[in-house]
Design a protein around this ligand. Structure first.
Ligand code: GLP
Length: 242
């Protein structure tokens, strides 16, 4: 595991964009696993700038997103589909037909999980998976549990996640109670993982994830078992590491 300690969020965003850009330059038709949440927003902004300056071409890139709320459609401003369009896809030359996100509106829950897993397989797996870190250690929407869910599945969101994510909604009542997420096994099969962590609110959970026991009670701790992980964390998030 390589850990980059950077001064602040803006340095984190630049470095993460550099690593994603390097992946695209090395393999123009790579499969990027993409994440939502506030942490990668600056990274996406930097990627859009690299595209605008002519340094990066997304025309052959394929993407799969980690997760999506269940029960809201893509045109809902809180859907991750909408988020990806607003924060990245509409600002670069990626073909929307090459982007994939779980379909939150599919009434066939099991069918959607199987479909999404087979989409990832048909692309040949994920070259680089970008991850944020939930306050409770979740990655994607893999919440703390007594086991590591292997494949894409539908989860009941933890109360703390609903609380953390309500800032994007009019009220906590409007946060969907369920979501589709890649499983821990899906994420662990990615050839490379890039974990971004920013802010003092993540310091404790970052230490537990990287230095504590590997346990499904802290889903991100499983990354200790992955052979190619890059962590970029700012000073505030690294505060509990010594
Ligand atoms: C959400 C997403 C995660 C994300 C996490 C952290 O619940 N499902 O993929 O990593 O929250 O979000 P933030 O970056 O806003 O702290």
């Amino acid at each position: 595991m390589r850990i980059y300690r950077v001064p602040d969020y803006s340095a984190l965003s630049r470095k993460a964009a550099d690593i994603l850009a390097a992946q695209i330059l090395m393999k123009p038709d790579c499969v990027l696993g993409l994440a939502t949440g506030s942490t990668p927003v600056g990274t996406y902004r930097n990627l859009a700038e690299k595209y605008k300056s002519g340094d990066l071409d997304f025309s052959h890139v394929r993407s799969v997103n980690l997760d999506e709320y269940r029960g809201i459609a893509g045109d809902n401003a809180n859907s991750y589909y909408y988020f990806m369009n607003e924060n990245l896809f509409h600002h670069v030359n990626i073909h929307l037909s090459n982007t994939n996100i779980p379909d939150g509106t599919n009434p066939d829950t099991d069918g959607e999980c199987i479909r999404y897993e087979s989409v990832i397989r048909s692309l040949g797996g994920i070259d680089l998976q970008l991850l944020g870190l939930g306050h409770n250690g979740h990655i994607g929407f893999n919440e703390p549990a007594d086991h590591f869910p292997v494949r894409t599945h539908c989860v009941d969101l933890a109360d703390s996640t609903i609380e953390a994510n309500k800032r994007f909604f009019a009220s906590a009542d409007e946060v969907p109670r369920q979501a589709y997420t890649m499983g821990i096994g899906t994420i662990m099969k990615a050839r490379k993982v890039l974990l971004l962590v920013s802010g003092e609110g993540k310091a404790d959970i970052l230490r537990k994830s990287l230095c504590g026991p590997v346990t499904p009670a802290v889903p991100a701790s499983v990354l200790q078992l992955h052979s190619d992980v890059i962590v970029i964390a700012d000073e505030a998030a690294m505060a509990a590491m010594e």
